[in-house]
Design a protein around this ligand. Structure first.
Ligand code: S3P
Length: 452
């Protein structure tokens, strides 16, 4: 089992570049795999999760050509020649690893195929609820069979003659929205999803990029059946969810300045910037749009952070950043409250329980609620043994907490980081070594917190 040992922060590097966006990389591989020609994907995230999606599309008949490897990260450029709308049956089950996005979105595509496919995953993925996609896909005419009441993996999706539906999402989930829209591409007529709260819209944007017609009317998103994606090269921006770790590290360090290059700035994902600004961080960014997704450099100036309240319609926009924002709360003055985040209970692990448990190990007082937590900021953090529960975002959030703790923080089970951020340990090293930065390094120390 991989272990990362973290000591106190020594530097904030002047700049850092994070790997490609996970949500966009998954979708790029899926749409390219269903397209009518060859798509070159640049800036691809070669994490275990996204590689599961590429392998799945390859198993289903797409052709994959590796084009460029980045040292310490992996395959960042590849070409996929799509199989078109009619994929080829897989021989044996498709392994989705740890990736909920692979299993849920792929189920939408498989609902439109005339053969059965079995999807399997690791222990964590096999515990996650697939009923949320099984319900609408069955309503459309597919057969989705899984284990128990939650319809967990192994999951067998048998596609059928689908019909369009009008579906009100019972929870704010981009994965469920996307599964229904993907299935809608195979159902004659207009399939509509109604969102209770806006969620990330990468599927909609990538449909436009690949020439698939859809429309939005308020909270109703519709797609027309019978469309084949048109192959078109795409450049994936850096992942703001990965950038968030370094944003918090810099934001909580008075005197620090960091530029994070070429980060995706889709408005359904930038909630982490809004929350950190509210906590008193100084953040600026520039923005351009390419291949349908806004992107740009983010500059963070560090200072003292103040507590905040995170909840309501903001939650889907920060859902993956809540573990690191909880760490920011621990570093801030006052009590930070996170509510309406029940979805955290069904992520790669129960992230409310995992964050509360590990923060307590570091000396922080945390009150846990069914849908969130209250974190008393300002205590001096103590190095501790962190249990990741196999969850990449728990591992990385507590590596950042370790930068602010007395003594050594030991992240056990750190191999899970590979599911979303290959190269994280290298990048963390830039914060731990005096001579790591590529430009003049700002040697900073954290000003004492009044409560600390
Ligand atoms: C994702 C959507 C979110 C997010 C996950 C990726 C996506 O999940 O937590 O990491 O790519 O659509 P939900 O839609 O289930 O909330």
């Amino acid at each position: 089992m991989a272990t990362i040992k973290v000591k106190k922060l020594k530097n904030i590097p002047a700049e850092i570049t994070v790997p490609g966006d996970k949500s966009i990389s998954h979708r790029a591989a899926m749409f390219a795999g269903m397209a009518d020609g060859r798509t070159v994907i640049e800036g691809f995230l070669p994490s275990e999760d996204c590689l599961c999606t590429v392998k799945a599309m390859q198993t289903l008949g797409a052709e994959v050509e590796p084009l460029e490897e980045q040292e310490g990260v992996g395959l960042v450029k590849l070409a996929i020649t799509g199989k078109g709308r009619k994929l080829q049956p897989a021989v044996g089950p498709i392994d989705c690893g740890n990736s909920g996005t692979t299993m849920r979105l792929l189920s939408g595509i498989l609902a439109g195929q005339s053969f059965p496919t079995t999807l399997i995953g690791d222990e964590s993925l096999s515990r996650r609820p697939m009923k949320r996609i099984a319900d609408p896909l069955c309503e459309m005419g597919a057969k989705v069979e899984g284990q128990g009441d939650k319809i967990c993996a192994p999951l067998t999706v048998t596609g059928g003659d689908l019909h369009a539906i009008d579906y009100a999402l019972p929870m704010a989930s981009a994965q469920v929205k996307s599964a229904v829209l993907l299935a809608g591409m195979f159902a004659p007529g207009k399939t509509t999803v109604v969102e209770p709260v806006a969620t990330r819209n990468h599927t909609e944007r990538i449909m436009s990029h690949f020439g698939v017609k859809w429309l939005r009317d308020g909270d109703r998103i519709s797609v027309y059946g019978g469309q084949t994606p048109r192959a078109k090269d795409i450049v994936v921006p850096g992942d703001i969810s990965s950038a968030a770790f370094w944003m918090v590290a810099a934001a909580a360090t008075p005197g620090a300045q960091i530029t994070i290059n070429n980060v995706g700035l889709n408005e359904t994902r930038t909630g982490v910037i809004t929350v950190l600004l509210r906590m008193g961080a100084h953040i600026t960014n520039c923005e351009t749009t390419r291949d349908g997704e806004p992107r740009g450099n983010i500059v963070v100036h560090g200072g003292e952070l103040n507590a905040t309240v995170i909840g309501g319609t903001e939650i889907p926009n920060v859902i993956d950043e809540l573990p690191i924002l909880a760490v920011a709360g621990a570093l801030a003055r006052g009590s930070t409250l996170i509510r309406d985040a029940r979805e955290l209970r069904v992520k790669e692990t129960d992230r409310i329980a995992a964050v509360a448990e590990n923060l307590r190990r570091m000396g922080v007082t945390v009150t846990e609620f069914e849908d969130g937590m209250e974190i008393e900021g300002g205590a001096a953090l103590q190095g501790a043994n962190i249990t990741t529960y196999g969850d990449h975002r728990i591992a990385m959030a507590f590596a950042i907490a370790g930068l602010y703790a007395e003594g050594t923080t030991v992240i056990e089970g750190a191999e899970c980081i590979g599911t979303s951020y290959p190269g994280f340990e290298h990048d963390l090293g830039l914060f731990l070594q005096a001579e790591a930065g590529v430009r003049p390094i700002h040697v900073v120390s954290r000003a004492p917190n009044p409560k600390g």
